[in-house]
Design a protein around this ligand. Structure first.
Ligand SMILES: C[S@@+](CC[C@H](N)C(=O)[O-])C[C@H]1O[C@@H](n2cnc3c(N)ncnc32)[C@H](O)[C@@H]1O
Length: 332
């Protein structure tokens, strides 16, 4: 690699947060939604959003260079990439842009706190753990749960054979996106969405299409989980927690499970070695925001075995950013 290319690559990495914050700013202003029906001038967008016209033009120009907007004779329009910042886009990243631009960005600014203390920088910035903060800030909670729900349901889960499962409990299921898709895919299935109150706030609209087959239960999975169901799913939950805390919540889930009930764990598996480019980003996010970490497939399997489960099946997601699936049952 020649020195010029290496410099450009590193400068791209070093300035990535500038573009992310520019994306955040235009999203916070609602610009992507204003461009839904076609191109508009920067001056027109500035008038509609209350932004300084010259500032907005400079943001749009920078993001144009990054492929988020495109300049046309009539002004700026969304590219396919920028269209994902619209609230109504399939797989919208609007709420991710907002969360990343606010809480996540501030936490990353204090990454040296994590480096020296081993604790999430988030707690140093906001004075409390991530989920306690969400409990006290309904707007941030709504943004977080919408961002999580926008991620879509991994193929490893949609391909899963749920024949014989009457009731499925989604433990830490957020506002119900996975359950809504799963109940739509399996018309005979009934579901229970279990999470903290802040997550269930927005569940009503997410689950509206399957409301007659779903029950919402508030609580902490460190205390209790609805008992007696045929199957339980923990999607992107275990990676939020240390091994000790994960053991505690797995113990509560295990106690709630009848003999023969199935537990499904959906998580992105960290690579066994340094892995392909792109791996490790969510683990960085875990590092500064919560106390957990992304584990390899064998680390997740060991976590289950060490906590009284027998692993029945394990399938990796196949590429970075896609969750794999582990199925387990209670050990005798
Ligand atoms: C990373 S999110 C994953 C949400 C969802 N399962 C998904 O895959 O999109 C973790 C979830 O765990 C929930 N959670 C955190 N602490 C909890 C607790 N003590 N009891 C129940 N749920 C909790 C959060 O509210 C959040 O919905």
């Amino acid at each position: 690699m020649d020195n010029g290319f290496a410099r450009r690559k590193l400068l791209g990495i070093l300035s990535a947060s500038w573009l992310a914050q520019a994306c955040y700013a235009v999203t916070r202003l609602g610009v992507p939604d204003l461009l839904a029906s076609g191109p508009r001038s920067a001056a027109d967008l500035a008038a509609a959003t209350g932004a300084q016209p010259l500032v907005l033009r400079r943001l749009l120009r920078a993001l144009g260079g990054a492929g988020v907007f495109r300049r046309t004779a009539e002004g700026y329009e969304l590219t396919a990439v920028g269209a994902l910042l619209r609230a109504d886009a399939a797989g919208s990243l609007r709420d991710t842009a907002l969360m990343d631009g606010e809480e996540v960005y501030r936490a990353f600014a204090e990454i040296m706190h994590t480096v020296h203390s081993g604790r999430p920088a988030f707690e140093a910035v906001y004075g409390k753990p991530f989920y306690e903060y969400l409990a006290g800030d309904p707007a941030a909670a709504a943004t977080f749960h919408a961002a999580m729900g926008g991620a879509g349901v991994p193929a490893s889960w949609r391909d899963c054979d749920l024949a014989g499962v009457g009731t499925l409990v989604d433990v830490g299921g957020g506002s119900g996106a996975l359950l809504a898709q799963t109940l739509a895919d399996h018309p005979e299935l009934r579901g229970v969405l279990f999470d903290l109150p802040a997550a269930l706030e927005s569940a009503g609209s997410v689950l509206a299409g399957v409301a007659d087959r779903v029950r919402l239960v508030e609580g902490s999975f460190f205390d209790t989980v609805p008992a007696g169901a045929d199957a339980y799913v923990l999607s992107r939950v275990l990676h939020n927690w240390t091994d000790e805390r994960a053991a505690a919540l797995l113990g509560v889930v295990r106690e709630a499970m009848p003999v023969g009930a199935r537990l499904f764990v959906l998580e992105e598996f960290a690579p066994d070695d340094d892995g392909p480019v792109g791996a490790g980003l969510v683990d960085l996010l875990m590092l500064v925001t919560v106390e957990g970490y992304d584990r390899t497939g064998s680390e997740y399997r060991n976590l289950l075995v060490d906590n009284g489960f027998t692993v029945v099946e394990s399938r990796p997601g196949g590429r970075p950013g896609v969750e794999g699936l582990i199925e387990a049952v209670r050990s005798a």
